[in-house]
Design a protein around this ligand. Structure first.
Ligand code: N2P
Length: 357
């Protein structure tokens, strides 16, 4: 009996050690379980208090990682080393991910809060029927500038950025579509142009902007602008709005030749391990009060119609950040240009960055 007891205890100890080792191995390799959820989002793009609230309400532990461009996000999802349960790509990348079979279809029955999204942000061409994606934030690309640092300067046109007086004053967002798109727009071309002669013209023109560029940056652009270390930034509307709360002298404009209108949506990548938890997270973020709190925190424009009711008028009535449908109609949404062409845009952007060195 004593022998049997000893053997029994030994079996328990060995199994416990085995379970601990397997768990350690799993977490070292990035496997997450039903009680964890790995969220992959743009930098500075959520109120972390909401993550705490979600964890408290569901008992799920969130592992949170950030990226600073669609391309960087896509590479990580394709590599498949991490079990991302949620990602937040922009429209053209959602289309590309769908094409490459990298997304899991959503179960709308598990997303009752979807009814709060304004219908004008639903059913868009990159994901008709919203089978794979649900709106998170939307916005424009434009110019953030400091009028007092640049007396007499106006930014009605993209060409204003090429003014020699702006030497070493401009920050550019670190995104291939944004920068090449700006070059194309400044020449009167579409930011979805596939004509390689036009693209070469855009690159040549961008190279001439080099003396005016201070840095190509990610989220640091906000701090640099708030501290008046640069006078101009090519940036996304919400980042601009966020800095403008910090430094009220700053202004944001969308140049008259046109610009980009973008939509960032939540998706469940193929890498997901907790599909149930991912639906719970999406539905949580769609709750109007949650969406309103998130909007106040990150300063981007919410597609959640009901959330607008919880937001101050000074936010939702500001036409610079909630442009009217008439105004947005003259902006362009990035199209999925296909693997080869998107690769070509990335190459051009790299060539532009190398030219600066
Ligand atoms: C947040 C970046 C928003 C990305 N810092 C616009 N697609």
């Amino acid at each position: 009996m004593k022998k049997l007891m000893t053997a029994f205890i030994a079996i328990i100890i060995v199994s416990a050690a085995l379970i601990v080792t397997i768990n350690q191995l799993n977490s070292a390799q990035g496997y997450a379980g039903a009680d964890t959820l790995t969220v992959y989002n743009w930098g500075d793009y959520i109120d972390m208090e909401l993550i705490d609230q979600f964890e408290e309400e569901t008992g799920i532990t969130v592992i949170y990682e950030t990226f600073d461009s669609n391309e960087a996000m896509m590479t990580k999802v394709q590599q498949g080393g991490t079990t991302y349960d949620i990602a937040v790509p922009s429209e053209y990348m959602i289309e590309k991910m769908k094409e490459e079979n990298l997304l899991i279809p959503l179960d709308h029955a598990k997303l009752p809060n979807l009814k709060y999204i304004d219908t004008r942000f639903m059913d868009l061409p990159f994901d008709e029927g919203n089978h794979y994606s649900v709106p998170y934030f939307w916005g424009t690309v434009g110019i953030l500038y400091h009028p007092e640092m640049l007396p007499g300067k106006d930014f009605t046109s993209w060409d204003d950025l090429w003014d020699p007086e702006l030497e070493n004053e401009i920050l550019l967002v670190d995104g291939a579509r944004e920068v090449i798109g700006m070059g194309l727009n400044s020449l009167g071309y579409s930011l979805n142009d596939k004509d390689k002669t036009h693209l070469q013209e855009a690159l040549d023109k961008l190279n001439k902007l080099t003396p005016n560029i201070k840095a190509i940056v990610g989220d640091e652009n906000k701090l640099l602008m708030a501290n008046e270390e640069a006078a101009v930034a090519l940036t996304w509307s919400g980042d601009a709005r966020d800095v403008m709360w910090e430094n009220e002298a700053l202004e944001y404009v969308v140049p008259e030749e046109g610009s980009n209108l973008w939509f960032d949506n939540m998706v469940i990548p193929k890498t997901a391990d907790n599909i149930e938890g991912a639906h719970a997270f999406i539905n949580f973020m769609l709750d109007p009060e949650v969406a309103a709190q998130n909007t106040e925190y990150v300063s981007y424009s919410t597609p959640n119609k009901e959330a607008l009711e919880y937001l101050p008028a000074e936010i939702v009535e500001d036409e610079r950040f909630y442009p009217s449908p008439e105004l947005t109609a003259r902006l362009e949404v990035y199209e999925n240009l296909g693997k080869e062409m998107l690769g070509y845009y990335n190459e051009l952007f790299l060539a532009f960055k190398m030219h600066r060195k």
